[in-house]
Every structure is written in structure tokens, then in C-alpha cells.
Design a protein around this ligand. Structure first.
Ligand code: NI
Length: 161
């Protein structure tokens, strides 16, 4: 699958619910995990491959690849954490982003089975980042304006180089 990058309006649209879950989505999920691995990323959401559906795949070190379809973040911790984030759709730049430290998420997997997961650390981080993609939100939106502008300048310079 081809990854769309910053400037593509599909990254800014709200993704639609997957229904029915299952069928072709098992293949789509597999292709997304492959694309994620090929890009050496840890998370990839539907809109990033031009698919405006509520699906994302994550694979963090020491864990199995996980697919989330029609996810809901049902709990977030009061405690926040800052962690450096990047995005396959904004390659080559990273920034510290503050988000809740722990979450509880409910979703369906690629086989159409519902599950609930409590996550902390980098797994919680990547799930929140990918969930944002389903809402048309990018991690740069969560930076202060001066920080965002600095990052975008760096990104543009890098792209021209
Ligand atoms: Ni991203």
C-alpha cells in the first residue's frame, strides 16, 4: 500500500466506521501490517493509505501486531506523559507530544472479534496517535504553534533536500 503524506486532504477527513467487519478487512489488515513493517513504523491508520475507514494497525517492539477496527478509547488516565512521536505520513521529523499515560480501548480485530485492551507506555501512545488519524488529526496539531512551525520548516527543508 502507498502511504499518503502531509498535504494530502485524506489525512484531514474523519474516517467512517467499518461495516460489516470481517471479509475483505482481514486482507486489508494484513496489507496494512506489511506496509507498517516496510515503512519501519509502529502504527498505521486507514487514512494514511487512502482508506477512509476506522481501522489501524500497531506493532510495538516486544509485542504482537495488533489491528483495531472501529475503536473507542473508553478510558484515559489523568496522568500525562511526554514522548517523542513521528509519523509515516510526515517522514523525517519527530517531536515530543503530551498525551494520557494509560488508556483502555475497545475495538474489533481483523477477524471481527471484539476485544478490550488496557495499555500503557508506548503501546498507549501509538494507539492514541493512530486514533487521532481516524479523526483527521495529526501529531503536529498537538504542538504549540511555534513548535509546529519549526517542525514544518524542517520537514519542508528535508523534502527539498
Ligand atoms: Ni501517524
Amino acid at each position: 500500500m502507498n502511504i499518503v503524506t502531509l498535504g494530502d486532504e485524506r489525512l484531514r477527513l474523519k474516517a467512517e466506521a467499518v461495516k460489516p467487519i470481517g471479509g475483505e478487512y482481514q486482507k486489508i489488515a494484513e496489507a496494512m501490517v506489511e506496509t507498517l513493517h516496510a515503512g519501519k513504523g509502529i502504527g498505521l491508520a486507514g487514512p494514511q493509505v487512502g482508506l477512509l475507514k476506522r481501522i489501524f494497525a500497531v506493532h510495538v517492539e516486544g509485542d504482537i501486531p495488533r489491528v483495531f477496527i472501529n475503536p473507542s478509547i473508553i478510558e484515559t488516565s489523568q496522568e500525562q506523559a511526554s514522548y517523542e512521536e513521528g509519523c509515516l505520513s510526515i517522514p523525517g521529523v519527530w517531536a515530543e507530544v503530551v498525551r494520557p499515560k494509560g488508556i483502555k480501548v475497545q475495538a474489533w480485530n481483523e477477524k471481527g472479534r471484539p476485544f478490550t485492551l488496557e495499555a500503557g507506555g508506548i503501546l498507549a501512545r501509538v494507539i492514541l496517535h493512530e486514533y487521532d488519524h481516524l479523526e483527521g488529526v495529526l501529531f503536529i496539531d498537538r504542538l504549540s504553534e511555534p513548535k509546529r512551525n519549526r517542525l514544518l520548516n524542517k520537514y519542508e527543508k528535508r523534502k527539498r533536500a
